[in-house]
Design a binder for this molecule. Structure first.
Ligand code: HEM
Length: 397
């Protein structure tokens, strides 16, 4: 592929801020996206097994309901957190993203509907199991299949987008234009590695969950131990499987001895040691975040290398500094996002730690954070719409 073609596909308006900032934000937000993808798939998958054990085992009876809830919330978080890397990727890698969306247009449509159906079926599973213990395994498995299918499609988009050399062949195989939008590419080792990560993620989650509920007197010691032991088993076996697949994948893309490849392997080995001993589950979760960031960096490094070898560097993108937009974006992200997330996390933490019903209005910290969030959101709406309308009128009147 000639670099001039890629450069011609760029947005002629340029980008509003320095490309490195979008790249870093992409790495950061994609790590968050994939963390919740893996947690949702892992907890949903494990809950299906739990449903089959629920009637005969009191530990599974309690855990299954919690796993179903965890997966259900994680799907909504993975969707929200998927939007951010999507925006950043289409700012700095717009040729890649839009060509992929054209070549695989049918799959893009199918993706949206598969996600909607998969998530609706998940709610069906949740209600079926809530109505009767041991119910809903088949419904849960259907939702699981839909969500995995969504992941496979996402993988197709990611892979097709880093194959510019083959785009022409995909668009016009043997010189005949194919406008069907059915382009589909798959890299089995990369995909298998990514899906396998669901096992260690749900395992480490269970270790942290065990520690979290251990302070509650309505959760027996036996239940806590059951969760922690199951978590350790899943984390260790899962990490070993993922590590083997990771090495195969790194070898296939010739990154095995690349600095980021080596650092990622070391990061994963430290994670294995931490999960295996389970001395402090919260620290393990913290380290898991570091490993997720390393993995996200590796993915981006690979894409950057592929594109640079074709003469496309994101750092050459024309920058048309647009300070007001950046100020609006950063203040939304940091102030509204920061306070809003702090409110939700504090609330969730306290709800989980409380036996019975938690009344947020009686808790000083939750009330304060809730009031700040409401005030900031109200101010944000006034500024956002006021600013937008002013700009609109200035341009058209
Ligand atoms: C159940 C639903 C989903 C699953 C299982 C899923 C899974 C995945 C996986 C496995 C990847 C990595 C693919 C690879 O690198 O080979 C990925 C990438 C990505 N996902 Fe998702 N995803 C889902 C939904 C979404 C949604 C709803 C959005 C956006 C709103 C989104 C945005 C992204 C973006 C932007 C990337 C990176 C693409 C790239 O770098 O080329 N995902 N997702």
């Amino acid at each position: 592929m000639d670099a001039s073609v890629l450069l011609a596909l760029r947005d002629p308006a340029g980008i509003p801020f320095y490309p490195i900032v979008f790249q870093v934000l992409y790495v950061l937000t994609w790590a968050l996206h994939i963390a919740f993808v893996l947690l949702s798939i892992g907890s949903l998958g494990l809950s299906i097994y739990g449903v089959t054990q629920q009637k005969s085992n009191p530990n599974w009876k309690l855990l299954t309901g919690h796993l179903i809830q965890t997966g259900k919330l994680s799907v909504s978080l993975l969707i929200v957190l998927g939007v951010a890397p999507l925006l950043f990727t289409q700012v700095i890698y717009d040729p890649n993203w839009y060509v992929t969306n054209t070549l695989s247009g049918m799959w893009v449509f199918i993706f949206i509907y598969a996600l909607i159906v998969g998530y609706c079926v998940y709610y069906w599973y949740y209600y079926a199991n809530k109505a009767k213990e041991g119910n809903g395994a088949l419904i849960g498995a259907t939702s699981f299949a839909f969500l995995i299918f969504c992941g496979v499609l996402m993988h197709n988009f990611a892979i097709t987008s880093i194959m510019p050399n083959d785009w022409m062949q995909m668009y016009a195989p043997n010189g005949k234009i194919d406008m069907s939008g059915w382009t589909f590419n798959i890299e089995y080792t990369r995909l298998a590695f990514m899906v396998s990560l669901a096992l260690p993620v749900v395992g480490i989650f269970l270790q942290a969950y065990g520690r979290f509920v251990s302070s509650r007197s309505d959760m027996s010691k036996e239940y806590v131990e059951f969760c922690e032991n199951l978590g350790t088993k899943l984390a260790v076996i899962g990490l070993i499987i993922s590590a083997i697949l990771f090495v195969f994948w790194l070898n296939a893309i010739e990154y095995l001895f690349h600095p980021i490849g080596i650092v990622s392997i070391i990061g994963a080995l430290v994670l294995l040691a931490m999960a295996g001993t389970n001395k402090n589950a919260y620290l393990t979760v913290g380290w898991l975040v570091v490993v997720a960031l390393l993995f996200s960096t590796l993915r981006e490094w690979l894409r950057y290398d592929i594109m640079s070898s074709l003469g496309y560097s994101i750092y050459d993108y024309t920058v048309n500094l647009e300070i007001p937009t950046i100020v609006m974006f950063l203040s939304t992200f940091l102030i509204m996002g920061g306070v809003g997330v702090a409110f939700l996390l504090t609330l969730a933490w306290k709800v989980g730690k409380t036996e019975g019903v938690f009344d947020g209005s009686k808790d000083a910290a939750v009330t304060k954070l809730g009031n700040y969030t409401l005030a900031i959101m109200s101010a944000w709406m006034v500024i956002f719409f006021g600013w937008g309308l002013m700009t609109l009128f200035k341009n058209i009147l």
